[in-house]
Design a protein around this ligand. Structure first.
Ligand code: CP
Ligand code: NVA
Length: 310
């Protein structure tokens, strides 16, 4: 199964079967356990990853960089202003050139179309490190975290409280494919895109998951196994911050919301968090918080992606 992924792009989890996603999760679990036992692999010896960032990053950048190194390879961090891309060289030419040097390209940017264009012209696998539409490497790490904390994925009720954004989109797709019930509660006007909802519902029907949309965080949280949130304003939405604060006021994971979830529920956040807005300090630092395990799992999930694709 894993061997089939060699050379494949990682642009969205919609392009992967449930079996392929599960194989990546199994590989991540194996690499994580081995790393903790002190086993050091050289699976990517002599291989390099170019990492293009046109938006900020702490977790994605450092975990991919560390992951490449831990597997015996090397990563190049390339911010847009340092690349000729920032001075008008096309994405297609950048893809053609980088493909002559490296074994994989990671890109974090705004438009999903840019990532797809890069993948079209690159001869090496392209990994989507976040766009306005998707955040697939996050969703893979999140499924790993849920699997570890809950012992299973099928039937898990995940309530996403907040903006119907890139993270919500990728969680709906991953959840639908892996048999979770994904509930998304957003303020009116901030629901996930209709086409992503419809696609996720179709995957859910095919693979046994469930997608439930709504505008009520209280309703969504009742009996949930996982409470998940993300910032009210994503990168690129800086001008909307004040307006969004008004609309998202009730969409916070706090002790009252947590009390509605299952007693053993875990709380997740892709981070960075705006403490006091979408999540309170008590919850984020409380006993049910899995946010730092989740952040750690970016490393292990990304190593599985790299080992499989490159
Ligand atoms: N969750 C996440 O992608 O974090 P960074 O923006 O720090 O990479
Ligand atoms: N939705 C957030 C996620 C950051 C990891 C953003 O796009 O800024």
């Amino acid at each position: 199964m894993i061997a089939k992924l060699k050379g494949k792009d990682f642009l969205s989890l919609k392009d992967f079967t449930p079996e392929e996603i599960k194989a990546l999760l199994d590989l991540a679990l194996k690499l994580k356990a081995e790393y903790k036992q002190g086993v050091r692999h050289e699976i990517l010896k002599g291989k390099t990853l170019a990492m293009i960032f046109t938006k900020s990053s702490t977790r994605t950048r450092v975990s991919f960089e560390a992951g490449m190194f831990q597997l015996g390879g090397l990563a190049h961090f390339l911010s847009k202003q340092d690349l000729q891309l920032g001075r008008g060289e096309t994405i297609a030419d950048t893809a053609r050139v980088l493909s002559r040097y490296v074994d994989g390209i990671l890109i974090r940017t705004y438009e999903q179309a840019e990532v797809e264009e890069l993948a079209l012209y690159a001869d090496v696998p392209v990994i989507n490190g976040l766009t306005d539409l998707y955040h697939p490497t996050q969703a893979l790490a999140d499924m790993l975290t849920i699997l570890e904390h809950k012992g299973k994925l099928e039937g898990i009720k995940l309530a996403f409280i907040g903006d119907g954004n890139n993270v919500a989109n990728s969680l709906m797709i991953a959840g639908a494919k892996l048999g979770l019930e994904v509930r998304v509660a957003s303020p009116p006007g901030y629901e996930p895109l209709e086409e992503i909802v419809e696609m996720s519902k179709a995957f859910a029907k095919e693979y046994g998951g469930k997608i439930v949309l709504g505008n009520d965080p209280v309703e969504a949280s009742k009996g949930a196994d996982v409470l998940y949130t993300d910032v009210w304003a994503s990168m690129g939405q800086e001008k909307e911050v004040e307006e969004r604060k008004k609309h998202f006021a009730g969409f916070q994971i706090n002790n009252e919301i947590l009390a509605l979830a299952d007693k053993k529920a875990i709380v997740m956040h892709c981070l960075p968090a705006h403490r006091g807005e979408e999540i309170t300090d008590e919850v984020m630092d409380g006993p049910q918080s899995a946010v730092f395990d989740e952040a750690e799992n970016r490393l292990h999930a990304h190593k599985a992606i790299l080992a499989a694709l490159l």
